[in-house]
Design a protein around this ligand. Structure first.
Ligand code: 6R9
Length: 651
């Protein structure tokens, strides 16, 4: 699509109505909003009945000691039983739970009955290895079915898991194991990435050397590569899990029993161990997965491309879909191995109907070209989801057209590790969608935008995104640091949860996310959002990706510095840079014109695809680059710096 036609499209404020057939048969209709508004707690009590409780809760919310919430506190349940056993008991044991697609092309289909047996064996193995309810287990695995089994086995025995990204360094893993005080680590010899086996166990050996409390390391054999073993400490999954009975009686735990800790670095600071508990978390994960994706478990094939080490993998690969009895695809590898059409080949092979991915992936696919998805049959798709960052309208339109065949609704889902589950999103059978907006809080969720003084902004205004009522899947605290929990999320605006994101309301009251407030730039007294400048840059045909930061500037306070990846054909000429500056000026106004535009080959991103602007700010301000341990590829910063003209000099 040419730039002019996109601009026109957005100017027309194009809306996309839900497809009629989807709307007619939608799991959730407009009425849900009114029902939840009339009786929010009654609404959530009803959603909790999606689960099988060993003891039904009579109390919905205890908010007598804010910000420490208790949801369904007198109820008892087993989370793994809800994700696995109950589907087998309901006669759906032969339904495929997981279609696993390995990067080398190996595949496995695992039914709910098989998953129940494997989770039961793994639960028995954890017990044999000394894991008890209330303990913590660290999980450091590639995207293989054992990752799901390990998490569910922990849930089954009441141990909290702490999943750490397979890409993190030994130091990053060690600090997380120590903070959670985990006694068992579950890992593998390695996994496949970019066509090669990539070792995982050496990082665990180095990490565990600093963690004397770790009693055992349970190792899945995935690649078969040579792997050092520490006698007495390390055990193979196929030995210990393999010899267990497939019978395991799940014990019911309190609704507020810890389910997992997940460390979020955000983009700055010491990692925070976000604590989630059982009943409320599972209720909202299951409800949102049912509502936002319109999941029909008998016929849909769902695929979330996130890594299990990200909260999206927790809530929308493991807990939400499995609680709902979904059939899903799990893919181990990267989207360009062995070729750039791999994702679309997977969609075609399994007949994927619901796809959930991230804007960073969508922009990469745009860069690779429209002809690649065009080679595959994507006609099975019916709902498309986006998560992780604001999706710029250009990428939204491309996703709709080239992946969704102009027929699938797009749900842009805003939420966080801390919120546990989706909070703001269109509903595919209800909402007239707008490219680039997450739009409206889901039924039962209260979100708004406030100014510096905590006053709600009128339609058309901008400020800070806040959540004004507690929700079932909210974080309960930061592990071991209640004070930091209060200070980080509840101290900024009295009685409201501060999400740390900037947002604006449009004239209809729909919400547009503007990125982290730490990233907002202050240029000559004007607040400018990085998201808006980036979005303007990528709406130019020569720009594939952009990251924008505010660098200290003597005259304007901060100056806008843009790092851009140019499209294949664009060469880095001065004319192009001037043209891009003018393009941003024409789109957003002269104040938003970047002072410097630096073409680069890559941008620094976390494994979940978020741009680490902090590192780019270091470059823009000519400082030594800070902590890079959570980068997906730590060599990217060297690449960026070595390619820069002369960092610090003005152009
Ligand atoms: C699920 C997840 C949370 C932060 C969040 C925001 C950004 C996520 C978004 C979005 C705009 C969306 N974010 N989804 N921004 N639109 N649809 O990503 O969790 O890794 O904790 O990140 O991601 O800035 O505050 P997490």
């Amino acid at each position: 699509m040419s730039n002019e036609s996109l601009a026109n499209l957005l100017k027309e404020e194009r809306r996309f109505a839900p497809p009629a057939d989807l709307a007619t048969a939608a799991n959730v209709t407009e009425a849900a909003y009114a029902q939840a508004d009339a009786d929010r707690l009654g609404f959530w009590a009803e959603q909790a009945r999606r689960l099988n409780w060993a003891v039904e809760p009579t109390e919905t919310l205890d908010w007598t000691n804010p910000p420490f919430a208790k949801w369904f506190a007198d109820g008892k349940l087993n989370v793994a039983y809800n994700c696995v056993d109950r589907h087998v008991e309901a006669g759906n044991g032969d339904r495929v739970a997981i279609h696993f697609e390995g990067e080398p092309g190996d595949s496995r289909a695992i039914t709910y009955a098989e998953l129940k047996d494997e989770v039961s064996r793994a639960a028995n193995a954890l017990t044999e290895l000394g894991v008890r309810a209330g303990d913590r287990v660290a999980v450091y695995l590639p995207m293989i079915p054992e990752a799901v089994v390990a998490m569910l086995a922990c849930a089954r025995v009441g141990a909290a898991h702490s999943v750490v990204f397979g890409g993190f360094s030994a130091d990053a893993v060690a600090s997380r194991i120590q903070d959670a005080d985990a006694k068992l680590v579950i890992t593998s010899d390695g996994g496949y990435r970019r066509g090669k086996p990539s070792a995982l166990k050496p990082a665990i050996d180095a990490a565990v050397a600093k963690c004397p409390q770790v009693e055992h390391v349970l190792v899945v054999r995935r690649t078969g590569q040579d792997t050092a073993f520490t006698e007495g400490r390390d055990v193979w999954w196929h030995d210990v899990v393999g010899r267990q009975s497939a019978e395991h009686t799940p014990q019911a735990f309190d609704a507020e029993h810890p389910l997992f800790i997940l460390y979020t670095s955000g983009t700055t600071g010491k990692p925070k161990g976000i604590l989630h508990t059982s009943g409320g978390y599972l209720t909202q994960a299951a409800y949102t997965h049912h509502a936002v994706f319109d999941l029909k478990p008998e016929t849909d094939v769902y695929w979330c491309t996130a890594d299990i080490g990200w909260v999206t993998g927790h809530s929308y690969i493991v807990y939400g879909p499995l609680a709902n009895g979904a059939t899903q695809v799990i893919y181990e590898g990267t989207p360009d191995t062995p070729h750039q059409g791999r994702f679309w080949e997977v969609v075609q092979k399994y007949g994927v109907t619901i796809l959930y991915t991230a804007p960073t992936a969508i922009r990469t696919f745009m860069k690779w070209g429209d002809d690649i998805p065009a080679k595959f049959d994507l006609s099975s798709l019916r709902v498309l989801g986006s998560v992780g960052e604001p999706i710029n309208p250009e990428a939204w339109i491309w996703y709709r057209k080239h992946i969704g065949g102009d027929r699938c609704p797009i749900v842009d889902t805003w939420w966080q590790t801390e919120t546990g589950a989706m909070m703001i999103s269109p509903l595919p059978g209800v909402t007239e969608t707008k490219p680039g907006s997450a739009q409206r809080a889901l039924p039962g969720i209260s979100a708004t935008v406030v100014d510096d003084e905590a006053n709600e902004v009128p339609n058309g205004g901008g400020g800070y995104l806040v959540l004004t009522e507690p929700w079932p899947s909210m974080l309960r605290t930061i592990w071991g640091d209640d004070q930091r929990f209060i200070d980080t999320y509840w101290a900024r605006f009295e009685g409201k949860y501060f999400a740390g994101d900037g947002a604006k309301k449009d004239d209809d009251g729909d919400i547009w996310l503007l990125g982290r407030v730490d990233d907002v730039m202050l240029v000559s007294g004007h607040n400018i959002s990085t998201t808006e400048v980036e979005s303007a840059l990528v709406s130019h045909p020569s720009v594939a990706e952009a990251a924008v930061v505010g660098a200290n500037d003597e005259t304007t306070g901060q100056a806008i510095v843009a790092f851009v990846i140019l499209r294949g054909s664009a060469s880095e000429t001065d004319t192009l840079v001037a043209e891009l500056r003018n393009h941003v000026g024409a789109t957003l106004g002269p104040i938003a014109k970047p002072k410097r535009i630096l073409p680069v080959q890559e941008l620094p991103k976390t494994r979940s695809g978020k741009i680490m602007r902090r590192l780019l700010r270091d470059v823009a301000e000519n400082r030594a680059v800070g902590d890079v341990t959570t980068l997906a590829d730590s060599s990217v910063m060297d690449l960026i710096q070595s390619r820069l003209p002369a960092a610090g000099s003005d152009d």
